[in-house]
Design a protein around this ligand. Structure first.
Ligand code: APR
Length: 232
């Protein structure tokens, strides 16, 4: 049997929009309601950890109450025919719950907590809240396992390695403005097939040969799945 083609899928907030999770920069998005510097930076955490915990506790509750959408399910189903690797900027676990087996989270995972003194101490969460006073085994307050603005993106090197191996590179639902993640597409080989599934408008002149499917994730991926199955 011929080896399966490698698909790298790079997802952003738009991937989970149809599951009812707000994006960040669309009209009515998260960053209209909250200021990044109040809730999503190391300085915010140092200044007011309770506010930061509360912000992520609410988001965790929402993720726990949400379900994977058709788009997540299509990506999981593609594993039957392709070697699919998902690189997501999303902190939700909807790709995993849809059945995707290889998911790399660039910006952390809401369903995990971690020590605020030792980044290797990471704990899965089964409940919605991290409470003030809940500590890691070294005695420091637990924080959400999230990459905040101004922090390193520890998984970026792995993501770049994956992108360089893409035969097919699919970007879904991201405004491509937050770096370093947004630069990932530039590592996809020139000869790889590149697609962008997003209903928004884009200036794609910097990236050659990207086919923009201007649809929501569920519709766009349904259309793309049909095409991909003809070239598997
Ligand atoms: N299907 C596909 N795409 C959609 C849908 C949908 N149903 N609805 C909206 N979109 C698209 C928008 O057109 C936009 O391009 O999703 C994108 C959302 O962009 P952002 O809100 O900027 O989200 P994202 O690109 O994931 O943000 C990157 O910024 O603050 C952060 O850390 C956070 O990981 C996040 C990062």
């Amino acid at each position: 049997m011929a080896s399966r083609k490698k698909i790298i899928v790079f997802t952003g907030a738009g991937m989970s929009a149809e599951s009812g999770i707000k994006t960040f920069r669309d009209s009515g998005g998260m960053w209209e309601e909250f200021r990044i510097e109040d809730v999503a930076t190391p300085e915010a955490w140092a200044r007011n950890p309770t506010l930061v915990l509360d912000f992520y506790n609410k988001r965790r509750k929402q993720v726990m109450d949400s379900q994977p959408n058709e788009g997540h399910k299509i990506l999981a189903a593609l594993e039957k025919h392709f070697d699919v690797h998902i690189i997501t900027q999303n902190i939700d676990d909807l790709h995993e719950r849809a059945g995707s087996k290889k998911v790399l989270h660039l910006h952390g995972e809401i369903m995990k907590a971690r020590s605020s003194v030792d980044p290797v101490l990471i704990y899965p969460l089964k409940k919605s809240d991290i409470k003030s006073g809940e500590k890691c085994e070294k005695g420091s307050q637990l924080r959400p396992h999230i990459v905040w603005f101004g922090e390193m993106v520890p998984e970026m090197d792995r993501a770049i390695d994956l992108a360089t191996e893409a035969e097919i590179f699919i970007t879904v639902g991201t405004s491509l403005v937050v770096y370093p993640a947004a630069g990932l597409i530039h590592y996809a080989p020139a000869k790889s097939l590149k697609y962008l599934v997003d209903p928004g408008d884009f200036e794609l002149s910097l990236v050659k040969d990207v086919r923009h499917i201007r649809q929501k994730a569920s519709e766009g991926l349904k259309q793309l799945e049909k095409e991909l199955l003809t070239i598997k």
